[in-house]
Design a protein around this ligand. Structure first.
Ligand code: SAH
Length: 243
């Protein structure tokens, strides 16, 4: 029986992979990877390493989660070093916890290998610090992709009246809804928003706008993309360094 390494691949730029993840990729007998993990990482694997793609495109799942869990388990029965490679950090909207529970219930050993999450690194490449002295004292990372079958929103919108930085992942297709919700709870229409597409890669593109106009400006950006709402967005004027 093998061991499963639930491994963060970082946000895109291959050099943002941790040394630990890099070592495991080199040693892996099998790598089960997502759409968001930079595929160039696979070039570092040893000869004979088996690659399995279980990519998900936005809400459209190539494989249901239950099947992914089972696939990881089956590979752990056959191979010694199983790397489950995920974009960003495996536990930030990465379902790494669910996969680990599934393995533990079947007596398979696992480790979590943290990765650099897009939630912080992507704004950083765009010149937007998630906190900044005198501007904001905290930040939140929120899913923009709530299940639609629920009648009422699970997001506690009323709590978002403060000037905390809010980073929405998986939210591009709900940008209009998110901005109108924030206006509804009382944020000014000209409150700053950034949408960053394909962050930390050479295709990175950032669009700056306000709660009122960001939807028109950014709706056609390619995914993956994340949304940053907050006064820290204004710092990009001084801090843009990558694009
Ligand atoms: N575990 C991942 C997040 C998974 S949710 C992490 O820690 O980064 C997937 C969402 O992450 C995407 O819908 C998008 O909002 C965001 N994302 C991931 N990589 C990104 C990138 N390179 N640029 C912009 N957004 C990204």
């Amino acid at each position: 029986m093998g061991k499963v390494y639930l491994t963060g691949a970082g946000p895109g730029d291959i050099e943002l992979l941790t040394l630990k993840a890099f070592r495991l990729v080199k040693d892996a007998d099998v790598i089960i990877y997502d759409r968001l993990a930079n595929p160039d990482i696979l070039k570092e694997a040893k000869d004979g390493c088996k690659f399995i793609y279980v990519g998900k495109k936005d809400s459209h799942h190539t494989l249901p989660q239950e099947e992914i869990n089972e696939l990881i388990y089956q590979n752990a029965l056959q191979y010694e070093i199983v790397v489950r490679l995920k974009g960003g950090d495996p536990l930030v909207f990465g379902r790494g916890g669910e996969e680990a529970i599934y393995l533990r219930e079947r007596n398979i050993d696992f480790e979590f290998i943290p990765g650099i999450t897009s939630a912080i690194a992507v704004p950083e490449y765009a010149g937007i610090p998630v906190t900044h002295r005198g501007v904001t004292v905290s930040f939140r990372v929120v899913t923009g992709h709530e299940s639609r079958d629920k009648k009422s929103s699970q997001i506690p919108w009323e709590n978002y009246k403060t000037d905390d930085t809010i980073i929405f992942l998986m939210g591009l297709h709900r940008l209009k809804y998110i901005s109108s919700k924030l206006i509804e709870i009382g944020k000014p229409k000209d409150y700053p928003v950034a949408v960053i597409s394909r962050g930390t890669t050479n295709q990175e593109k950032t669009i700056i706008g306000t709660l009122e106009n960001i939807y028109q400006k950014a709706k056609d950006l390619p995914t993956p993309a994340l949304i940053v709402v907050g006064k820290v967005v204004n710092l990009r004027e001084q801090l843009n360094w990558f694009e």
